[in-house]
Design a protein around this ligand. Structure first.
Ligand SMILES: [Zn+2]
Length: 452
């Protein structure tokens, strides 16, 4: 039973391998040992290479992987856009809430001021009422006292004895008149006071009624304010949630991008992948020539030309090329003598222009700006980094060094440079120049080839 099963599986595997062989790409499990295939397929591979077929498959495998990651990047970007739209919406709502809060706070303050003023009015009214009541009391006491003094002889008619005590008729009339007038004045005064008090009491009642209304309004607004603040806080925490989602997605995108970059840099390069640049050299970097080839302004030997300009200006590949070496991580300023060959942050590449092979060094780049990796194929005009002042440099510039490799293949030039034949062991003085040497490889004046 077991034997039959094993046999069947073997047959199946046989059929599979036959069907795979018939297709162009070999059925190799690249995922099982990426490091092995990466080292097997490093360098420039020509169609004559025994691993050509396997490396073609590995290249396809990496391209598929890269394609999938790029698709994921697209999905992540869409999600980020959605989250961003939500954040924007919530922010608009929050600013609306904030507006409403400001409005309510202002209204509440105004109501509070009104209530305060009313309380002051009430205090004044109460004092006035109290004073009037005291007036009445005094008046009452005065009348009672006077009445008491008037009735010192007779308890039946308090006025009678006073009237009867008159010495004559005129005096009596006077006395009657005085009493009636006093009575009338007192009564009027009392009435007036009573009326005043009544009016004041009515006034006070009205103020109190208004105060209650305003207090009710204030309570309502306090409640509204609390409600709006609750909404605002809820919206803010929702927004914070979206913001942390956005940060997470961005982090994923950055992570993904670094995978994509890694894959792009590790894609095997074949000699046929680097088409020669038949339109000639193109510009490396903007700026002006601060030092020419063979001699610095000071007179000492200079192996290339310097183009000075701003830190951060983009640096481009002047021809289709394969990146040979790179170095990054040296400080943009004050890293004197550090980095590759003392040139700080450097990119070295090889390529063909109009049937000849050239090698190029670009030095003193900005820290963290190198965008390419060894083995990577770049197109003419593709950005490889940014200008800096790293390594042997007294100010922002790009040092450009160009080598004529003659009929050497890109593969050969690449391999020589990689295997320790730094700059093809061309002497670092005028005798290494093509003018003096008379044969390749030799050092050229870049200003005669590269536009600037
Ligand atoms: Zn220089």
């Amino acid at each position: 039973m077991k034997k039959t099963k094993k046999y069947m599986i073997l047959t199946l595997a046989g059929i599979l391998s036959i069907s795979c062989l018939s297709s162009k790409v070999l059925a190799v499990d690249y995922a099982a040992d990426e490091a092995y295939y990466a080292s097997l397929c490093s360098g420039l591979i020509s169609p004559k290479d025994e691993n050509y077929q396997i490396c073609q498959g590995y290249k396809q495998y990496l391209l598929n992987k890269k394609y999938d990651l790029e698709k994921t990047q697209g999905d992540l970007q869409n999600k980020i856009n959605e989250v961003k739209a939500n954040i924007q919406l919530l922010s608009a709502q929050i600013s609306e809430f904030l507006g409403r809060i400001a409005e309510l706070t202002m209204n509440i303050e105004s109501l509070q001021n009104q209530i305060k003023k009313m309380n002051e009015n009430l205090e004044v009214l109460e004092v006035t009422i109290q004073q009037k009541e005291e007036d009445i009391q005094t008046k009452k006491e005065y009348i009672v006292a006077r009445m008491r003094s008037a009735q010192y002889q007779n308890t039946v008619n308090p006025y009678l004895d006073f009237i009867m005590g008159a010495t004559n008729f005129i005096d009596m009339l006077n006395r009657v008149s005085i009493i009636s007038q006093l009575d009338k004045a007192d009564k009027n005064k009392m009435d007036e006071l009573e009326k005043d008090i009544q009016a004041l009491e009515e006034n006070k009642a009205e103020v109190e009624r208004q105060k209650e209304l305003i207090e009710a309004q204030k309570i309502d607004m306090d409640r509204q304010l609390e409600e709006v603040e609750t909404y605002k806080n809820a919206t803010e925490s929702l927004r914070a949630e979206f913001e942390s989602q956005e940060a997470l997605l961005m982090e994923q995108m950055t992570q993904n991008q670094s995978y994509i970059d890694q894959i792009a840099a590790s894609i095997p390069a074949f000699t046929g992948d680097i088409p020669e640049s038949s339109a000639g050299f193109s510009m490396v970097v903007s700026g002006y020539k601060s030092a020419g080839t063979w001699a610095y302004p000071s007179g000492s030997f200079h192996a290339g030309m310097d183009i000075a300009g701003n830190v951060g200006d983009p640096i481009y590949a002047p021809f289709n090329a394969k990146i040979v070496m790179t170095h990054d991580g040296e400080d943009t300023y004050n890293s004197w003598g550090q980095g590759l060959f003392g040139g700080g942050n450097v990119v070295i590449m090889v390529g063909q222009v109009n049937g000849r092979t050239y090698a190029l060094e670009l030095a003193h780049m900005q820290k963290g700006s190198v965008m390419v990796s060894p083995n990577q194929v770049v197109s003419q005009g593709q950005q490889v980094g940014r200008r800096g002042s790293s390594g042997y440099s007294t100010g922002p510039h790009t040092h450009i060094e160009l080598y004529d490799c003659g009929n050497m293949s890109i593969e050969e030039a690449y391999n020589q440079l990689r295997s320790g034949y730094y700059f093809f062991r061309v002497p670092l003085n005028y005798s290494g120049s093509c003018e003096a040497r008379g044969y390749t490889p030799c050092r050229l004046r870049p200003e005669n080839f590269i536009p600037y």
